[in-house]
Design a protein around this ligand. Sequence first.
Ligand code: GLC
Length: 544
Amino acid sequence: MVAEPTRLEWWKTGVVYQIYPRSFKDTTGSGTGDLPGITSRLGYLSDTLGVDAIWISPFYPSPMADFGYDVADYTDVDPMFGTLGDFDELLGEAHDSGLRVIIDWVPNHTSDRHPWFLESRGSRTNARRDWYVWRDPKRDGSPPNNWRSVFGGPAWEFDEQTGQYYLHSFLREQPDLNWRNPAVEAAMFDTLRFWLDRGVDGFRIDVAHFIMKDPDLTDNPRAVPSAGEADFKDLGDYDAWEHVNDKGHRDVHAVFRRLRSVLDEYDGDRFTVGEIHIFDWDRWAAYYGDGDELHMPFNFSLVWARWDAGAIRSRVEALEAAIPAFAWPNYVLGNHDEQRLATRYGPENERAAAVLLLTLRGQPTIYYGDELGLRETPIPGARLQDPWGLRVPGMSRDGCRTPMPWTPGPGHGFTDPTVEPWLPFGDDAQTRNVEEEFADEGSTLTLYRRMLRLRRNRTSLVAGTIEFLNGIPGDVLGFRRDLGNERTTVFVNFADEERSVDVEPGAALLLSTDHRRTGIGSGRLTLAANEAVVLDPGGDRRPI
Ligand code: GLC
């Protein structure tokens, strides 16, 4: 057994909740959520639900070409979301309620309306020209290399005025910053200090590994399909290339070491988690550095895993094997870029998925609305908003970004009843909303509340070791978490029918996805189809 750590920082013990601010709570009647809306719902987060930290997706001034991931000013708040004063109020009240606050930081690119870019594109000789990646066309006028944009098409946009191309790994409205220029690094690190000085607890770093590219901008080779990653999301044309030169250059690690030292200028366990879609675990784990780079790279390995006991187990084991002893794992099953988990894994599995997320070893991040079991909302063509979906059919992320339904009835407590929200509600919002689910013993919200409470009271689930159980049916995942004398056992039945497993004779039920279950048989437990249970194998506790 690994030595038990003596001090666990909040980001190791806590559960994070991601808020997409456009869709959480509107206080102005605009049809779009805002910061005061989040402040007004802090009690829900800290008490009703019982999470420990919130991550808020971007709320910076932005032309909203990519809904805030195109930042025009890193040190202010877009009027649509409120003011800096509103942010300070949110932060103060969150801290008073015991909630940590993580904000999104978007270092790879700015908006094309950011003053830095306006200056940079003004002339070939201006002082900020080299803040972005500008290159001459090839002799035939074509782009400097074969790099593609994640959102489709070439990663280069020709600028008529100065006769050069600029690089954009995402939309043309999102020019990539040149992180090889020390002035860019210094300016961006200052934006971190701006928020650290205000008291934020950490940053989620958008496409963190993209910031360093091959300095010679060498072409990417064609991709060789790899069987191992076959069930990760298919990005079409983008995936036809091996992205060895346009992101993740080894020089990125030195940047993150320097970034870590910026955080270390501050007390209070400030935290970073990088959005890093790498599925080669050694390369992925390199972002922990020697404990001197990111606190964590986000682990997306389960997001597109098949809902299958073997597939999940092998991914968890691969991850556990790849991370250094000091490193803390993390799990995420949904976010603002992915289909809702209830739809992806199947609605019959979304409750078991919640138990899995909150019992695996590592920091869990819950995506807003998943605690209600929200489904992917079909968005009619005329209401599509996501630029990716508008460019590449089938890629829209709108369906997972629909407004949070707080109550039944018009407006659903999200916005004014007479106002059309920026995206439609799911058609089950009348019943699948906070008010209804709070009152329902059998709801997904009640399951999350119980599971979060259990996690708080059961340190083995937070900080224990993890060991998979063998000798159980192949479509059941079983594992135990141990810390000191406390052991917790988890079984997840992936089958659509009953499965039985042996359990210790004195085992007691702590929680089931089926709220009607009151106990387990002695020595043998029959799991219902798609059921997950949490047990105290030697316990005589009553179910939570
Ligand atoms: C990240 C964000 C995504 C955004 C993209 C470009 O992947 O999660 O929403 O569109 O970066 O900033």
